[in-house]
Design a protein around this ligand. Sequence first.
Ligand code: DC
Length: 224
Amino acid sequence: MEKKLVVAIDGPAGAGKSTVAKLAAQQLGYTYIDTGAMYRAVAWKTLQQGQPVTDELILSVVPDITVDLRYHDGKTTVLVDGTDVTDSIRTPEINHIVSQVAALGPVRTKMVDLQRDMATRGGVLMDGRDIASHVLPQADVKIFLTASIEERARRRWLEMREKGYDISLEQLQKDIAARDKADSEREISPLVQVKEATLLDTTGMSIDEVVAKILELCNEGGQA
Ligand code: DC
């Protein structure tokens, strides 16, 4: 594949986007851009204010925030105003408020500008909710990655347990369903599958199988 492609992967929470996107990007020698991490970064700065979370509080941190994604050796480091928040943006507290953060227009405008800047030179694989529909509608390859809600909850549960969080699977499934609803029903750039996107339901598929399928789609996209 000669051409440096722009690859958009969208899908709901827990579909496995970041796991497979990271691996596919590594194999392609592309930069992986985790846009969810950017909304999480804004949520992190909001919580740092130590005040009840309101839309006003979220909007107050937006004008001065610097969000920096550094991708190196298959790993993304997330910096907020120069502080490494890579691990601290993956907590239940952040999960709880991030959909509220991501629904606000000024937050999205700022993050989308950054995301488009990062994609200008091609050779990027970007994952999120509105990448094909809004951020990079000109993407060469568009994939909508999903899995059943039970499977997505189970994956997130394993991930959280590994990090030492004791959350019930049932609670996690409820949280994910609530996040699906909020992300799909919000007014600005909701989660949608655009008609050109290839649907990839990863329920029952191994990580390797999903990565292989993504590489195949990129290969086809590179020849189109
Ligand atoms: O993929 P994730 O769970 O890290 O995403 C965190 C939140 O950010 C999720 O609730 C949806 C939102 N998001 C979004 O609105 N647009 C994106 N491009 C990426 C994530």
